[in-house]
Design a protein around this ligand. Structure first.
Ligand code: PLP
Ligand code: COI
Length: 340
């Protein structure tokens, strides 16, 4: 393994290119090509590409982490493969086989092994991308597609690290409409969240909490993470629909039920109910489990657990991160070695 010149102690969530990426294409009625590893770099694209004109594209987000004994583990990679397949169906992109997806994710990580941060310093973020690269003028699926998987070494997503963050509920913007594309990692879902994020940061908050677009009554999710709160000892999280079905969300629900014996409810959560919470946090590949210390809404600031990390939040963070690092028995088979 060659050494790379990266300041491992100061990793943020910034674009640091690595060495190798995966590349596969699909032309017309032919199947996806076998695919190959090639040097990370730029490529040419037709100005008429469907992704450039009509946004036909999907991404995924995953992490590989180095364990104490220098193994490299992924977390539930098949779930990302299945989610991107579901997204492909919604966006008329020819689906890519989830098992093959996992095979190539492992190959890309192994090829970029020197960029996986040392134990405890961060992770190698994995970014699969499927885009309609063929040109088309009518609003219809592209005649050809490209799939890439590239990697970036990262530290914490929120600059606060595992510290409570300040969020704000917004009635100014919606993220996703009922029956739209909010449940997929459709690239266009994210461009619309940039302005709300910039505006809220100016007001001193890390992110927006979106409400449902139909009634503006129920919590949906944070811009890039799923939402949880503890009310009367129960763990509540918004039901699936227009939110992203987070893989961390699913893991946290199982851990709360199985390991903490909690009742977990997936349902509509009116925002007023959240203000009664004893603890609030959000989850995601990038966000892991991030405590939420306060939520601002219509001029008032609601503070949770005196702006300290709550006991349940801490326990779920510990359980999740220890399973991800192979430091706790994993009855679910969630941690997957890139060598297997
Ligand atoms: N919600 C949105 C909008 C996201 O972009 C993400 C990140 O992937 C999540 C939730 C969390 O999903 P996961 O836990 O699968 O990373
Ligand atoms: C993730 O958690 O993997 C995400 O995709 C969030 C983000 C950086 C878009």
């Amino acid at each position: 393994m060659t050494k790379v010149d990266i300041d491992w102690d100061n990793l943020g969530f910034d674009f640091i290119p690595t060495k190798t990426m995966f590349w596969a294409t699909k032309e017309g009625d032919k199947p996806w090509t076998e695919g190959e590893l090639k040097p990370f770099g730029t490529f040419e694209i037709n100005p008429g590409a469907c992704v450039l004109n009509y946004g036909q594209g999907l991404f995924e987000g995953m992490k590989a982490q180095r364990t104490k004994d220098n193994e490299i583990l992924l977390f539930r990679p098949l779930e990302n493969g299945k989610r991107i397949k579901e997204g492909c169906i919604r966006l008329c992109i020819p689906p890519y086989d989830p098992e093959k997806f996992v095979y190539w994710v492992k190959e890309v990580v192994k090829a970029n092994e020197e960029y996986v941060p040392p134990y405890g310093k961060g992770s190698l973020y994995i970014r699969p991308l499927i885009i309609g690269t063929g040109p088309i003028l009518g609003v219809a699926p592209a005649p050809s597609y490209t799939m890439m998987i590239f990697t970036i070494p990262v530290g914490p997503y929120f600059k606060e690290g595992f510290q409570p963050i300040k969020l704000e509920i917004s009635k100014k913007y919606h993220r996703a409409a009922p029956k739209g594309t909010g449940h997929t990692k459709y690239i266009g879902n994210y461009a619309g969240t940039m302005l709300p994020a910039i505006e809220t940061k100016k007001r001193g908050y890390s992110q927006i909490i979106y409400l449902d677009a139909a009634e503006e009554k129920y919590i949906e999710e944070v811009g890039t993470a799923n939402f949880f709160c503890v009310v009367d000892g129960k763990l509540l999280t918004p039901k699936l629909g227009s939110i992203l079905p987070g893989i961390t969300r699913d893991a946290v629900m199982k851990l709360a039920e199985d390991q903490l014996g909690m009742t977990v409810e997936e349902r509509d959560i009116p925002y007023e109910e959240v203000f009664k919470s004893s603890e609030v946090f959000c989850t995601g590949t990038a966000a892991v489990v991030t405590p939420i210390g306060s939520i601002a809404f219509e001029g008032k600031e609601y503070i949770f657990n005196e702006f300290k990390v709550g006991e349940i939040t801490q326990k779920l963070y510990d359980l999740l991160t220890k399973i991800q690092l192979g430091e706790l028995e994993d009855p679910y088979g969630w941690a997957v070695n890139v060598k297997d």
